[in-house]
Design a protein around this ligand. Structure first.
Ligand code: NAP
Length: 465
């Protein structure tokens, strides 16, 4: 796997892909391990997860450096990402036991009926490069703790991250085979999904990858969770705290150098505060530091790959050709590496990429609306439905609008963020299923109904009802 440092454009050392035989051996190991791991107590698995949190914290600088080197995340954000991974481990280390406890349901006098939560087997996780540790840990923390074994197929530009994550679980004391990395390209994913030794698959990535994985999984009747793209609206009403909205909005658009599924992408602003918001939003964005991701002071690093930056610029260029106005940025930066500056587009025409497509970089589109109804219409005018942020001093209005927005989550007077305690996922073409919280935990367990009839009771009567 050929890796390139996006901050410099210089190649990094190559890492060998796994051969078909190596993948086959990993699937055998997964099966052998699952036979044992499913019988390990939840309490013991929780302890191992707690160890993983310790390993992450003890080695956070080392893991952060790997991320920054491979995909260009500013180093301070890489360190925070490792800490957030430790948090999701802590969360499930504390709560998995209660989340997986049998649910007793009253039925008949001489019968006990309940739901038990049992692991499925080997779960394949196809993951993206943008949060190369977090996306993997939010999958692994719940699903290894429920007794599944994990197979990671990470994005091809972050194999060192994938190996480092495998190392976390090894250092934490997990039995070999509970978590394995498959160093393969996307062309091999279909065969792995179709393999009888794989029970289920989760993908975080683009719509195109989601459709492909869902098709193969559907043909093979494998359970899937899909976390796909987003084009999140950030709605600012006339009664909002405009200064805070502008400040948080700038952060929400540029988080991870703009490469986040839940970044605010379309800013929908009431006409009464449009000029004020735009001017403060531009000021906030201009104040951000774009540069070397190894520098602690950097806010925005390079885009992760050259091709991604070129695609981003094509979307901007096509939107401008269609009539959008560039208020800020709009051209790749004249330096080595794949740097794109904060960019703001206004007067974005319907049908242009900035209005219709996910923009995966630090480019904001700002729309002017006349009232609440128009704001909701523009917010929902997308095939995607991941998150949304609504800004208003009237909390009842915030909640009312929140119910009308087609998205998997809505935050009022706050940016959209993922949190281990809250379920996370999308609707429409942003995918289906949930990660995190108890809802996420239950995606990859067999929710088994158990009916246990007391031999002295009236079995026939109970069962015939
Ligand atoms: P991507 O190209 O879809 O890649 C994601 C993963 O899928 C990589 O491991 C990739 O492998 C694999 N992949 C690509 N095409 C595939 C196919 N046809 N079949 C099977 N696997 C395939 O996405 P990306 O550009 O890396 O990531 C950005 C996208 O992810 C954006 O759309 C973003 O919104 C979305 N995302 C969503 C969430 C969420 O939680 N909803 C979070 C983060 C990112 P290779 O690298 O080997 O191609």
């Amino acid at each position: 796997m050929q890796r390139v440092n996006p901050a410099t454009g210089e190649p990094l050392s190559t890492i060998d892909e796994h051969s078909d035989d190596e993948v086959d051996a990993a699937l055998d190991t997964a099966m052998d391990t699952f036979a044992e791991w499913r019988n390990v107590s939840t309490r013991e698995r929780q302890q191992l997860l707690s160890n993983a949190a310790d390993v992450l914290r003890e080695n956070k600088q080392e893991y952060a450096d790997v991320m920054t080197r491979e995909m260009g995340k500013p180093i301070a954000a890489s360190v925070s990402e490792v800490e957030k991974c430790a948090w999701v481990c802590d969360y499930y280390a504390e709560h998995a036991g209660e989340q997986l406890q049998d649910k007793v349901i009253g039925s008949e006098p001489h019968a006990q009926s309940k739901v038990t939560y049992e692991p499925l087997g080997a779960v394949l996780a196809v993951m993206p490069w943008n949060f190369p540790f977090w996306q993997v840990f939010r999958f692994a923390a719940p699903h290894l703790t429920s007794g599944n074994v994990g197979l990671l197929k990470h994005a091809s530009n972050v194999p060192e991250c994938a190996l480092a994550i495998e190392d976390v679980f090894r250092k934490a004391g997990y039995p070999e085979g509970v978590f394995q990395t498959l160093l393969v390209g996307s062309a091999k994913v279909g065969d792995v999904i179709a393999d009888d030794r794989v029970a289920a698959v989760t993908l975080t990535g683009s719509e195109a990858a989601g459709r492909s994985v869902a098709e193969t999984a559907g043909k093979n009747l494998k359970k899937t969770v899909l976390e796909l793209g987003g084009s999140d609206p950030f709605v600012v009403f006339d009664d909002a705290d405009v200064a805070t909205a502008a400040k948080v909005g700038a952060r929400a658009r540029t988080i991870n150098s703009g490469q986040s599924c839940i970044a605010a992408k379309r800013f929908i602003v009431h006409e009464a505060v449009y000029d004020e918001f735009l001017s403060q939003f531009l000021t906030e964005l201009e104040a951000l530091t774009v540069g070397d991701p190894t520098d602690e002071e950097t806010d925005i690093g390079p885009q992760a790959r050259k091709g991604l930056m070129e695609d981003l610029h094509e979307q901007v260029t096509a939107s401008v050709e269609a009539g959008a106005i560039v208020e800020l940025g709009g051209e790749p930066m004249d330096r080595d590496g794949y740097y794109y500056p904060p960019t703001v587009l206004t007067d974005v025409p319907d049908g242009s990429p900035a209005a219709e497509e996910e923009i995966f970089g630090p480019v904001a589109s700002v729309f002017k609306v006349a009232d609440e109804a128009e704001a909701i219409r523009v917010a929902n005018d997308t095939n995607l439905g991941l998150g949304a942020s609504v800004w208003t001093a009237d909390l009842a209005r915030g909640e009312r609008v929140g119910h009308r927005i087609e998205a998997g989550c809505v935050f009022v007077n706050e940016l959209v963020k993922s949190d281990p305690r809250l379920p996370f996922g999308g609707i429409k073409d942003s995918g289906y299923g949930r990660e995190l919280a108890r809802e996420g935990m239950l995606e990859f367990v067999n929710q088994k109904t158990m009916w246990i009839q007391d031999a002295d009771g009236d079995a026939e009567l109970s069962l015939s009802e």
